[in-house]
Design a protein around this ligand. Structure first.
Ligand SMILES: [Zn+2]
Length: 206
């Protein structure tokens, strides 16, 4: 498996992941801002986005979607319940037209997204937002703001719910220890480390 390219972007450093596939195609996970920087990197690597995958609809994960779609005409996929965040930017804390967008594909549990020889399986993991999803691709989990290294996402924004997030985290804890974890913010990890050290996964009282 080829490692994803990690590019922290935007005012609160959301991790944009570029996942190289076959034939110069790639998937872009959470292009949260700094579209020109993302494009420069894609050009340097000789990669063309074939799909944009959002882990959820918050503004800090979507800020470069519109420009990338203009440049590359690639479709946009998001968890079905987060469609409302894309269509109604104030709900995603986005300000302005560039945060108002239409998804081409609304994803549900167990869906697979195929592009450039890559296959992403959708896990519905609500709690941070109603439509939050994680993507599993070749033993790698793109966990968005559901699971961070040593922590989990906040639940005090629109659609957030702690009990729901806790259920989603318990479910992620069933993934094999060797699963690599690439979160929406901060450093990467693996499920074994998180199960041992992340109180939001390991402590039944949390
Ligand atoms: Zn978020």
């Amino acid at each position: 498996m080829q490692e994803p390219i990690i590019l922290p972007v935007g005012p609160i450093a959301a991790n944009c992941y570029i996942v190289p596939g076959e034939g110069g195609g790639c998937a872009v996970v959470d292009p949260g801002g700094e579209a020109a920087r993302i494009r420069r990197l894609l050009e340097e690597q000789g990669l063309t986005p074939k799909i944009i995958l959002l882990t959820h609809g918050h503004f800090d994960h979507t800020g470069a979607v519109k420009e990338l779609q203009e440049w590359y005409s690639c479709p946009l996929a998001v968890g079905a319940e987060d469609e409302e965040l894309l269509e109604n930017p104030p709900l995603s804390l986005g300000q302005g037209d560039r945060f108002c967008m239409k998804a081409d594909r609304l994803l549900r549990e167990g869906d697979t997204v195929e592009c450039a020889g890559l296959s992403f399986t959708v896990l519905e993991t609500p709690g941070h937002t109603r439509g939050g999803v994680c993507y599993l691709c070749s033993g790698v989990l793109y966990s968005g703001d559901t699971l961070f290294r040593g922590d989990c996402g906040r639940t005090d924004l629109y659609g957030g719910d702690w009990d729901t997030l806790r259920r989603s985290l318990r479910r992620l804890a069933e993934l094999p220890d060797e699963t690599r974890v690439y979160p929406g913010h901060g450093p990467s990890s693996d499920m074994g480390t998180e199960k041992r050290t992340n109180p939001t996964l390991s402590d039944p009282a949390v």
